[in-house]
Design a protein around this ligand. Structure first.
Ligand SMILES: [Zn+2]
Ligand SMILES: [Zn+2]
Length: 143
């Protein structure tokens, strides 16, 4: 697992000054690749870091995203979700339980960094919606 020092170095690589709270948030994101929301992160970290505020969590996530240390996933209309996995992949949201899962990205869509002449692509987000395995089985059994 990542040590505090490795996490601090990771932040520095993205031009982010490490602080204990920033390290804790990055550690959480790297451990929970379930695309948590800011509220989920706050609720889980608050008991062990009582000095943490919701504003700090929001501001830290914004900073991480701006510096390219994490990706914001806006597949959910209500809540932005955050992803520390920077490898190219698509996302799949279950319409029944709301879970957001990683989904393999077809090579066709790996287009970050491409310049078509008219458009220079810097970001590529591919979202799928449907039913996850559990919900698919649930719906099947209902019928
Ligand atoms: Zn589901
Ligand atoms: Zn992801």
């Amino acid at each position: 697992m990542n040590t505090k020092m490795e996490l601090g170095n990771r932040l520095l690589e993205f031009g982010i000054k490490p602080s204990l709270q920033r390290i804790a948030i990055m550690e959480y994101l790297m451990k929970h690749l379930t695309h948590p929301t800011a509220d989920m992160i706050f609720n889980d970290l608050y008991p062990s870091i009582p000095t943490l505020s919701k504003t700090t969590v929001y501001n830290t996530l914004k900073l991480f995203e701006e510096q390219g240390a994490i990706h914001a996933v806006s597949i959910d209309e209500k809540n932005v979700r955050y992803d520390a996995d920077l490898s190219p992949h698509a996302h799949f949201k279950c319409k029944r339980c709301g879970s957001v899962n990683d989904f393999p990205l077809s090579n066709v869509y790996i287009s970050e960094g491409i310049d078509s002449g008219d458009f220079q692509v810097t970001d590529c987000h591919v979202y799928y919606k449907g039913y996850c395995k559990q919900c698919k089985d649930f719906i099947k059994n209902e019928n």
